[in-house]
Design a protein around this ligand. Sequence first.
Ligand code: AMP
Length: 185
Amino acid sequence: MRIVFIGPPGAGKGTQAAKMIETYQVAHLSTGDMLRAARDAKTEVGAKADRYMSAGELVPDQIIIDIIAERLANPDCRKGYLLDGFPRTIAQAEALDAMLAKKGAPLSVVLELRVPEEALFTRLSGRGRADDAPDVIRRRLVAYRKQTEPLLAYYNQKGLLQTIDGLGTVEEIFDRVKTVLDRVG
Ligand code: AMP
């Protein structure tokens, strides 16, 4: 299965992604994790990305697209993968479509984890990550609304979108995820 996982910051994507990887044995491709690793390794790309990340803004599309293109070429992606936090803009989604068309391996499903905005702010404030300061959180939520939400219509039009209610316990939410994935895969 080739899965795209979309949801606002604080929706609980990381927790659900970990459970999906384990249950469905797909590769986990988190652009946030890749960027944090690049930043910690003090690479040139990492330093550049960090300026955007700490401001709560999206890293420029071309940087992200290059990182993902390289990662998708890795043999472990042949067993299927979960794209977590990518794509986040229409330009990234179009670039992904082009890459996958070339490989002849289209997406299986796009999962949206939906959580009302009031709940997100509370969850993020309790997390303690460097980019979880209140003004940065606000900017990340705005980036989601403006740049990432348009992807929902984009994928809905392609018949790929499945929306999951992100309120409830971890297990309740994962049951909803499984219901969708077992139907697809
Ligand atoms: P995340 O861990 O997915 O919340 O990502 C943390 C930060 O990394 C985001 O706030 C962005 O600055 C950056 N980032 C992660 N994925 C992307 C992406 N696909 N496009 C642009 N920026 C990204």
